[in-house]
Design a protein around this ligand. Structure first.
Ligand SMILES: *Cc1c(COP(=O)(O)O)cnc(C)c1O
Length: 458
């Protein structure tokens, strides 16, 4: 076997031509989305006023294992994909571990994260359908930036509701979005009913992702020819992100490498769902016993401390109900928690796989995350996003276990983005001012109290 290079290249011709639909491999599907008014399972008709048709079809598709990537999307992918699949030789050496660590780096495009993979797909389908404008929310800003780029490419108008604290902490993000032509509105705002209501009740609030979603959805359903697009959580977003796992598999297969452990950070679950897709498909087919570990922040622990219940995807309670691991749509993560991964729920697909025992979950405290980020930056060179650094932390911990046991395992993790827009968080860490915050059971109970009181949750 050849020695494995630092970076495993794959050619354009070997890039995936279809996304992998993990649901078609699952023995049991996640519980259906519920219409929030009738509490009946959502039909395509329920979803079409909010999302565009092709995306609704993908959302409800549990049978097609592969779904073709339209040529125009593949051409856009060629501008920044394949993304690098690297062997972390220098990190391994620093740790003195016999483990082999691989990472798939999705931060190599201007938006700085994997979110562009789904943004371009969603805008393409909207354009095909004759939609003229889109709305969305953004927290840390990666999704808004990705969508701005995609909208610029296809000539689509875009309104981005940006969580107010983030827009204050990251003014430069806003300028990137505006440069690509997006209209960026700090949320909560006075441009929507739900925004005005929240502002009246909590005038000082810095906003939340759930609240920004509510504003964006309100505008989408009340504006002609406008749709809402979401950067995570939903099944079609995981579908688009499967390009991450598919490319990783092509690269590793070139050298006969099969991962023993696949690790990803979990906000809404989309990069993790995309990274694990082809490996999980093999496991579900009984062809491998690879382990999957999802990592979340200790300050927003939906998998490790959440309830598996039906919940709204947004604070405004306008979106369909999804059965998922959730802290309650009213859960407000501590403001001292840096960066993304603040969402109250988790992808229904990831939730179901976790519930059925195919996935392990762990939570980590942010000082440990930044410690891992710093070691990674100093050894591997790449400056990681705080979100991605949750996965780095777990990869390091697994590699250190290998050091103790003397086992040489193949560890693959998702390095979802760069940290260039998270300087405030790095500054806090470097100044020794970063504190860890773990919500108490009482605080979580307040979030759980906001779960919908419906029969399915009793
Ligand atoms: C948005 C984001 C995440 C988390 O979102 P998922 O849907 O869980 O993948 C992780 N890393 C980066 C860099 C992000 O921008």
């Amino acid at each position: 076997m050849n020695e494995i290079p630092y970076k495993i290249y794959i050619e354009e011709k070997d890039m995936p031509k279809a996304w992998l639909n993990l649901k078609a491999y699952m023995k049991e599907q996640h519980d259906p989305f519920l219409n929030p008014v009738t509490l009946k399972p959502c039909t395509a008709d329920d979803l079409r006023p909010v999302f565009c048709d092709a995306v609704v079809e993908q959302e409800l598709n549990c049978t097609d294992k592969l779904i073709e990537i339209p040529k125009s999307i593949r051409e856009f992918y060629y501008m920044y994909r394949p993304s690098p699949l690297c062997r972390a030789y220098f990190l391994e050496k620093a740790l003195g571990t016999p483990a082999h660590i691989y990472y798939k780096f999705e931060g190599n495009n201007t938006s700085g994260s994997h979110k562009l993979n789904s943004a371009i797909a969603q805008v393409y389908y909207a354009k095909e359908q004759g939609i003229t404008s889109l709305t969305t929310e953004t927290g840390a800003g990666q999704w808004g930036t990705a969508l701005s780029m995609a909208c610029a490419f296809y000539g689509m108008d875009l309104k981005v509701y940006m969580v107010k604290v983030s827009s204050q902490q990251k003014p430069y993000r806003k300028e990137v979005m505006r440069t690509y032509g997006a209209d960026v509105i700090p949320s909560p705002s006075d441009t929507t009913d739900v925004g005005r209501k929240i502002l009246k009740e909590f005038p000082e609030t810095g906003g939340s992702l759930g609240c920004a979603i509510s504003e964006a959805v309100e505008v989408a359903v009340s504006t002609p020819n406008c749709r809402y697009v979401l950067g995570s959580v939903l099944d079609h977003v995981l579908l688009h992100q499967s390009v991450i796992g598919l490319e990783s598999k092509v690269a590793l297969d070139k050298y006969g490498v099969t991962p023993d452990i696949v690790i990803g950070c979990c906000g809404g679950g989309s990069n993790f769902g995309g990274l694990i897709a082809p490996f999980m498909a093999e496991r579900l087919e009984g062809k491998s016993d690879v382990r999957f570990i999802g990592i979340e922040p200790a300050s927003c622990p939906s998998l490790t401390r959440g309830k598996y219940a039906y919940d709204f995807c947004d604070t405004g309670k306008m979106t369909p109900l999804a059965r998922m691991y959730t802290l309650g749509s009213g859960f407000m993560p501590s403001p001292n928690h840096a960066g993304g991964l603040r969402y109250h729920g988790m992808s229904p697909v990831i939730s179901k796989l976790y519930h059925d025992g195919y996935i392990e979950a762990r939570s980590v405290e942010q000082s440990k995350v930044f410690e891992a980020a710093t070691l990674f930056a100093r050894t591997e060179g790449t400056f990681p996003a705080p979100e991605s650094s949750h996965a780095i932390r777990a990869a390091i911990d697994e590699a250190l276990k290998c050091k103790e046991s003397g086992e040489s395992k193949n560890i693959l993790f998702g390095l979802t983005g760069t940290g260039y827009f998270d300087m405030a968080a790095y500054m806090a860490y470097n100044d020794g001012k970063m504190s860890d915050y773990i919500p108490t059971d009482d605080e979580l109970a307040k979030g759980f109290a906001t779960l919908p009181d419906i029969e399915q949750n009793r």
